[in-house]
Write a protein that binds this ligand. Structure first.
Ligand SMILES: [Zn+2]
Length: 286
């Protein structure tokens, strides 16, 4: 059955790479008869979560309208390559640890040329606090060497001129880069309309019946990308992610990553539960 696996490998290891898979599978809805979420429901959920949490500060700088604004604290604007590496480092770890790993990497090797030239062990040591250091280090090195070979420089800004499908095809060529990483780069770094499905979004989507109860994560990604109106994707995604982290009623992971305030909030998503499954889960979790 659909048991959530603790993945010890990066995404691409589970992803088909053949030519025939790439085009159609990226855009096809695996659940065409599942008519939720509706547009109205997306708007209502967004508004309810916005009223509850406000817009999460850490994502505000990635919003399309604010794209031209200088980043917080006078930081230079995050490049697409920065964003891709940050997303790689964020896999299978907490946000705090992955950001720490990125900062440590940049402080040890300020340029991507230096990262590429570094000994693998040194690279691993620099990102060790983000977990899975050998896998992530080799993934990052591979991205950089492929990029240098193909484009002659360590830069992904050329993606800004491509279509969503072209960008997906380009990024998916790198070993270790799967649909969720691509979706994050599309949404956060390229300000395009995509809807990444991380653990929190996945659990909530299943719990409130936006996908069939036995849906897997990739099918959830494909379905939600078809159903959720483009203009709502960014805000809704950030809000669901934030809510999933804070609300124990929406996730099965009580304990480990809970914040102190988590038990205080009442969950507005209760109102969207049209499936008894969610009610049963809630009753069991109280
Ligand atoms: Zn909740």
């Amino acid at each position: 059955m659909q048991k959530s696996r603790k993945r010890k490998q990066l995404e691409l290891d589970h992803k088909p790479q053949s030519e025939s898979d790439s085009g159609t599978k990226l855009t096809k809805d695996p659940y065409p008869t599942h008519t939720r979420p509706t547009r109205e429901e997306c708007i209502a959920v967004r508004d309810d979560l916005l009223a509850l949490h406000g817009f999460p500060k850490e994502f505000a700088k990635y919003r399309r309208d604010e794209n031209q604004i200088q980043f917080d604290d006078g930081d230079a604007k995050e490049t697409v390559l920065d964003g891709l590496v940050k997303t790689v480092l964020s896999q299978n770890t907490t946000e705090v640890n992955s950001l720490r790993a990125f900062d440590s990497l940049k402080s040890a090797f300020p340029t991507w040329e230096e990262v590429l030239a570094a000994e693998s062990k040194c690279l691993e040591n620099a990102i060790r606090c983000g977990g899975l250091a050998p896998t992530k280090a080799s993934c990052i090195k591979n991205i950089l060497s492929c990029l240098l070979e193909k484009k002659g420089k360590l830069c992904l800004e050329y993606l800004r001129d491509l279509s969503v499908d072209e960008i997906k095809a380009e990024l998916s060529q790198f070993k270790g880069i799967g649909p969720k990483t691509v979706a994050c780069v599309l949404m956060f770094n390229l300000q395009l309309d995509d809807f990444p499905v991380d653990t929190h979004v996945f659990e909530i989507a299943k719990a409130i019946g936006w996908v069939p109860a036995l849906a897997d994560r990739n099918k959830t990604y494909l379905h939600l990308n078809q159903r959720i109106p483009n203009e709502l994707k960014f805000d809704l995604n950030c809000l669901l992610y934030t809510h999933g982290k804070l609300c124990r009623k929406c996730t099965k992971k009580v304990g480990k990553q809970q914040r102190k305030e988590s038990h205080e909030i009442s969950c507005p998503l209760l109102n969207y539960c049209k499936n008894s499954l969610y009610e049963i889960k809630l009753i069991n979790s109280i």
